[in-house]
Design a protein around this ligand. Structure first.
Ligand SMILES: *Cc1c(COP(=O)(O)O)cnc(C)c1O
Length: 548
């Protein structure tokens, strides 16, 4: 979009009633209609260039320089700009320095391209501006939400028709709730689990009313914990902080070589906790269906059995992997998820919704009664107000976006996306295995894998090395991988992320690895090969092999 050269002299903008009322204009006559359409066109086509050109997080303009441009703290009394100029400013000054997460070369994070119809759906949600905290500001939208919750609940738990007929529109039971993100969903699941464990009894009114110290006293314990593999998402630590459990009490259980929770270690930990002198309660065991770092899926069936035997709340963090259930080909990878008491799924990840949307589901439709809140003016007992059992207050109608997307895509459409991700990740893993400069670190179970630059001569060296030399070589590798990742990002052609896999095996060290998440249907194996070529080239340019 070009700036016009012949701009007429601008009238000073003033904050007055005529200007104000114009901002509340609706598309009710021809003039208003063409103005509003003009703005939408400006946005949709203005961003076209941005979506085509830029990739990743480049150093073309440094973050420091950008920060220098955003230091004004005074809100001007009169309007500074008209809408059209604001849109132009966003397109010309902001978008070029944002990150084009939609590029097929942007494969480093769980944020990627979304189907373009999401822009339209989000617009209608904004135009309706329903607040689903209560029926009085949402009416039909709240019952739509209950329907969508039941659809996803069914995908996870596969209960009978009779079960869904009973609960889908029930005003007293709840199958789950929408939240802002996976972090809040995990918090909600642990909040419920905590309150179930420390329920009211013998004069104790429950942990929600009396707090943890009173709960520990009533239950004769000193500490409560949550068990999750060492690949657990840090939102669980936040939840433990907020819930007063303390994040030291998120106990990290060892993982096997495929980054899945080590079952013997888990059993041992449960036994130790049961026999420990500090009386300790287990609030939940968390299984992960798609770890953030490696995409690994814990053995959910086994975890479900262990939790049932020990009467422990079983939460599955399927923020990433949940939608895999829509694929008939790969849904079995999440076998055992139906044993969960609660499940987290993110809408803005593999449901390809715009930022942001989380969801949490519960097998028992009455369990959310543990977090009921009523007030006098809304959320009265027996109403459909969705704010009664939710960590959030006011909330947007995200269910409309998900429900519409499910209709537009069908589970078959989503399955194609999921299958493309898993199959392309497998092909990519084969490609990495073939290349002498690379080592595959965690093969993909879903559509995430990690690998690292590990040139053949160092692979040979490490074979004959003693413990100390191994540590030295690993440090060298960590430096190589950190550097290559950074330089590739700065070059701006493509983006992979990096993480450090903590491996608590005294023979092995923490590994810096490159991480690839394949969720963009436009990301092909050819693109991935080019990304490897570039990494190899950066390595050869920067690290002359004689230096090592
Ligand atoms: C992304 C993710 C979360 C957190 O979700 P947010 O939406 O980023 O808050 C939790 N657990 C797992 C496994 C995730 O991948």
């Amino acid at each position: 979009m070009k700036k016009q050269n012949t701009t007429p002299p601008k009238k000073a903008l003033v904050a007055d009633w005529p200007a104000l009322t114009r901002t509340f204009i609706k598309p009710e006559d021809e003039a208003a209609r063409s103005t509003l359409i003009k703005y939408m066109e400006q946005i949709l086509f203005g961003l076209h260039d941005f979506l085509k050109k830029h990739v990743g997080f480049t150093e073309e303009v440094s973050l420091k320089d950008l920060a220098g441009r955003f230091t004004d703290t005074v809100i001007s009394k009169n309007p500074e700009k008209k809408l059209t100029d604001v849109i132009t400013g966003l397109i010309e000054d902001i978008a070029p320095h944002a990150v084009n997460v939609a590029s097929p070369y942007f494969v480093g994070h769980m944020t990627s391209a979304i189907p373009f119809f999401m822009v339209h759906l989000k617009t209608i949600v904004t135009a309706l501006n329903q607040n689903v905290v209560k029926i009085e500001t949402s009416k039909v939208v709240s019952v739509v939400e209950k329907q969508v919750l039941a659809k996803i609940h069914r995908l996870i738990f596969r209960k009978s028709d009779a079960f869904y007929n009973e609960h889908i529109q029930s005003t007293t039971t709840t199958l789950g709730c929408f939240t802002e993100n996976g972090t809040l969903s995990n918090l909600t699941a642990l909040w419920v689990a905590r309150n179930v464990l420390f329920a009211p009894k013998n004069g104790f009114h429950g942990v929600e009313k009396e707090g943890l110290p009173a709960a520990y006293k009533a239950y004769g314990i000193q500490r409560s914990v949550v068990l999750v593999s060492r690949r657990g998402h840090y939102s669980l630590n936040k939840a433990a902080g907020i819930l007063g459990i303390g994040n030291h009490n998120i106990v990290a259980v060892e993982v096997d070589e495929k980054s899945r929770i080590h079952i013997d270690s888990l059993n041992r930990t449960i036994k130790e906790i049961k026999n420990s002198k500090d009386k300790t309660a287990i609030i939940a065991v968390v299984g992960i269906a798609g770890t953030t770092e490696t995409g690994s899926v814990d053995p959910l069936s086994t975890l479900g059995e262990i939790c049932a035997e020990n009467s422990i709340h079983f939460h599955v963090d399927a923020a990433w992997g949940g939608p895999t259930l829509m694929s008939e080909k790969y849904g079995h990878l999440l076998k055992g998820i139906e044993l969960a008491d609660s499940v987290t799924i993110d809408g803005h990840k593999q449901f390809y919704m715009p930022m942001s949307c989380g969801m949490v589901y519960f097998k028992d439709p009455e369990i959310m009664d543990r977090i009921i809140y009523h007030t006098n003016y809304v959320n009265r007992p027996g109403s459909v107000d969705l704010g009664i059992k939710s960590p959030s207050g006011s909330r947007e109608a995200n269910s409309l976006v998900l429900d519409s997307a499910l209709k537009i895509m069908g589970s078959g459409g989503y399955a194609l996306l999921i299958e493309h991700g898993i199959e392309t990740a497998r092909e990519f893993a084969d490609e990495i295995r073939k290349r002498p400069y690379f080592q595959l670190v965690t093969p993909p179970e879903l559509n995430i894998l990690t690998y690292r630059l590990f040139p053949a001569h160092l692979q040979k060296q490490i074979l004959g090395a003693d413990a100390e030399q191994k540590i030295h070589i690993n440090e060298k590798l960590n430096e190589i991988n950190r550097t290559v990742q950074r330089l590739q990002r700065e070059a701006g052609n493509s983006f992979v992320s990096r993480t450090t896999l903590k491996i608590k095996n005294h023979l092995e060290q923490d590994k810096v690895v490159l991480r690839v998440v394949i969720m963009n249907p436009m990301t092909t194996i050819e693109i991935l090969r080019k990304i490897l070529d570039e990494q190899e080239k950066i390595y050869k340019t920067v690290f002359s092999e004689s230096r090592l």
